[in-house]
Design a protein around this ligand. Structure first.
Ligand SMILES: [Zn+2]
Length: 258
């Protein structure tokens, strides 16, 4: 086993932790945005309630104006009726007066309806306002919670980054570069355990003599999987039932590793 292997295994462990923490940290801005988005419903509801309220007020003003106009008209006809000469003109004016009064009554009825509806609209606006306020408080609390979680994750990440510095210390420069190069190509993973005669990175068979070399303390070679290129290591004892046998004395036979 190459003497740097234990360090590289540790390095791989913290690098996976770092990747996980970074991925988690990246979700935080989105989580904040999602929390904020919860307000848009309550805001839209309040805006709609206010809009309807404004329309109601506008209609009320118009109806006031209508009532006044029809009343003025009725009064004008009544004033005229004292001065008419013919019966027919009098009748015509009476008809106009009745018509204007009917319009007054109609507008007043509608005024009453709008006023009653207005009370309901007031209530709706107030309700929407209190709902928005509640939502704002809930979202503020949620934001605070998310930010606290984010700060905690950041702290964990800083700790693991410091740990990484410590772990990588004894690893020679050329091995660091190799490790980084392989990891970059394999989604952050540079190391593969050889277990049960297989590379756990890709599942391909690892030759028995390489497995044996991996467990030999005196061996300082670095072995990579021929199939996926990951750096191999093993944690398992060498199976004793090898038919070839005769590996009691060390002295490795012609290692064909380049
Ligand atoms: Zn492999």
């Amino acid at each position: 086993m190459h003497p740097a292997i234990p360090h590289l295994i540790e390095l791989q462990r913290v690098d996976h932790q770092i990747a996980t923490l970074r991925a988690e940290l990246e979700t935080f801005p989105k989580r904040i945005r999602e929390a904020d988005a919860k307000l848009s419903g309550a805001r839209a509801e309040l805006a709609a309630a206010k809009e309807t309220h404004t329309q109601g007020a506008t209609e009320r003003k118009k109806l006031e104006f209508d009532v006044q106009q029809w009343k003025d008209r009725a009064r004008k006809y009544r004033d005229q009726s004292g001065a008419v000469k013919t019966n027919e003109s009098f009748k015509a004016l009476q008809h106009e007066i009745a018509n204007a009064e009917a319009e007054v009554a109609k507008a007043e009825d509608r005024q009453l309806e709008v006023m009653m509806a207005g009370e309901e609209l007031d209530r709706r606006v107030k309700l929407a306002e209190s709902r928005l306020k509640e939502a704002e408080q809930a979202v503020a609390a949620e934001r605070k919670e998310i930010q606290a979680q984010g700060a905690e994750k950041k702290k964990q990440l800083d700790a693991v980054l410091a740990e990484r510095e410590r772990i990588i210390g004894p690893v020679p420069e050329d091995l660091r570069e190799l490790y980084v190069r392989i990891a970059r190509r394999h989604n952050g993973t540079a190391m593969a355990e050889a277990r049960d005669g297989q590379c756990r990175g890709c599942g391909m068979r690892v030759l028995p003599h390489i497995l044996q070399e991996l467990r030999t303390e005196t061996n300082e070679e670095l072995y990579r999987c021929e199939s996926c290129g990951l750096i191999l290591y093993t944690l398992e004892p060498i199976p004793v039932a090898t038919p070839a046998g005769g590996s009691a004395s060390a002295a490795s036979g012609a290692s064909t590793n380049s």
